[in-house]
Write a protein that binds this ligand. Structure first.
Ligand code: CMC
Length: 429
């Protein structure tokens, strides 16, 4: 008769252990009983990049990387991108269900009415150097928000959780817009509560002398869909940072600042910026084969290619490719698009990429769209961060409500020196 257990025989001792299996997993701590001597620490599993370790149970986002499936709370990303909007998706991620009309109305109202930032936060943004990277500004500013909302540290108070979640989602576009205007030396544009979440973001970025900013509907829609596509992606590097840092129970602003730091890196959210730099470096289509050869030799990675989880075409990249045409109809085609398409074609036929199942990821095409909209490359990851804040907060909330959650504290395999006596400086080599 089949049993939901795993039998493990330790060939050092000949002993067999029976470990329970739940949800296709064994508990790493169940390995601890495996010992040679009674006073041994016990067996651990070694998994340096968490390639096969589930750090939590979650009900937020589902990915099947083999089949290229992404769902938020059970809803396929394709349907959400087509039929929903970012604020509704953010509500879904946080609350677990789509809102009814009243719930949506209240949510939209609350988010809209928390978009202003304290004037001192504005001064903080002004004090950054003129050439400061907007991701650095965003990270610092979000961390600073914790000092403006000291009650935010009462993280188990459901009323405070609710308020801070709304504040964070509402203020991210404002911080992004102000950071951009600062780097451009332009006056800040205050939020306009008549506009949609995406439309207001565009207003804070691009409004000049007009009395009322009217976003182009195609661009507004594209930004909204891009926000949906970036809203969550289960236990990626930044979500894990949010949960890990959140596990010591700081306020959500501090944890979000840590998640922003994780997103900043070129292997995560920073890849969209790196793709554009890469395409510019390649320069012309005839240089692509040479460039690919260098990537294959391991000189560098093809940015916007490959994914830890997706071993098929990233479904977000597929949707983005579709939106690109709507945007380019308004902005005119991005000359780098042809290069990107050619690079994708050559890479997808190349044995190196086929064998390793490396496909374009979400960042491969998003940068081209952002660039065509007039956004500087340094702002690309900032847009990712605005959208991902909803996901980070959903993951954080789930963590706080998880009875099994404890402070994150990984183990190590110590391979350093054994005990040795201190050597005075004069006697050292
Ligand atoms: N270009 C060339 N080779 C690659 C690439 C790439 N972009 N990605 C992976 N490989 C190779 C890698 O060298 C290795 O080859 P080998 O087996 O011969 O050593 C093999 O493929 C497996 O790579 P890995 O490093 O074990 O894969 P990983 O799961 O640790 O890394 C990744 C995932 C996304 C960090 C990586 O694919 C990468 O660096 N991609 C470029 C950066 C990028 O586009 N990042 C955005 C990810 S999607 C958005 C997000 O999550 O933020």
């Amino acid at each position: 008769m089949s049993k939901d257990t795993l039998s493990v025989t330790d060939n050092r001792t000949g002993k067999t252990y029976e470990l329970p299996i739940q949800n296709e997993t064994i508990k790493a701590t169940d390995l601890r009983q495996i010992k040679v001597k009674d006073d041994d620490f016990g067996m651990m599993s070694y998994d340096p990049a968490f390639g096969n370790t589930a750090s939590c149970t979650s009900r937020v986002t589902f990915i099947d990387g083999e089949k290229g499936i992404l769902r938020y709370r059970g809803y396929p990303i394709e349907q959400l991108a087509e039929k929903s909007n970012f604020l509704e998706v953010a509500y879904l991620l946080i609350h677990g269900e789509l809102p009814n009309k009243t719930e949506y109305g209240n949510w939209e109202h609350d988010i809209t009415h928390h978009t202003y930032i304290h004037e001192n936060i504005k001064k903080l943004i002004e004090s950054f150097r003129y050439d400061a990277h907007p991701m650095g500004m965003m990270m610092g500013t979000v961390a600073a928000l914790s000092t403006f909302y000291p009650k935010a540290k009462e993280i188990f108070d459901t009323g405070i959780q609710k308020l801070e979640i709304r504040r964070l989602i509402a203020k991210m576009p404002t911080i992004a817009g102000f950071s951009y205007r600062h780097t451009m030396g332009l006056p800040f544009n205050y939020p306009d509560n008549d506009l949609s979440y995406a439309g207001n973001f565009l207003n804070m970025m691009f409004k000049m002398t007009e009395t009322k900013y009217e976003p182009n509907p195609a661009i507004e829609k594209a930004i909204d869909v891009l926000f949906i596509l970036h809203a969550d992606h289960e236990q990626n590097c930044s979500a894990s940072a949010m949960r890990n840092v959140g596990s010591s129970h700081p306020d959500p602003y501090s944890a979000t600042a840590a998640a922003i730091a994780a997103l900043y890196g070129p292997l995560h959210g920073g890849a969209n910026e790196a793709v554009l730099e890469m395409l510019a470096e390649i320069g012309t289509k005839d240089q692509i084969p040479k460039f690919i050869e260098r990537a294959k030799k391991g000189e560098f990675r093809l940015m916007g290619f490959g994914h830890r989880v997706y071993k098929a075409y990233d479904p977000r990249a597929q949707i983005i490719k579709g939106i690109a045409h709507d945007v380019f109809e308004v902005t005119g085609a991005n000359p780098l698009l042809e290069m990107a398409l050619e690079l994708e074609k050559i890479a997808l036929e190349d044995e190196y990429f086929v064998k390793r199942r490396l496909y374009p990821n979400v960042d491969f095409y998003s940068g081209l769209i952002y660039q065509s909209m007039g956004l500087p490359t340094s702002m690309f990851t900032v847009l990712f961060a605005i959208a991902r804040t909803a996901g980070w907060l959903a993951q954080w909330l789930e963590f706080l409500n998880d009875p099994e959650a404890r402070i994150a504290r990984p183990r190590q395999v110590y391979l350093g020196e054994g005990e040795r006596d201190f050597v005075p400086m004069g006697k050292r080599k």
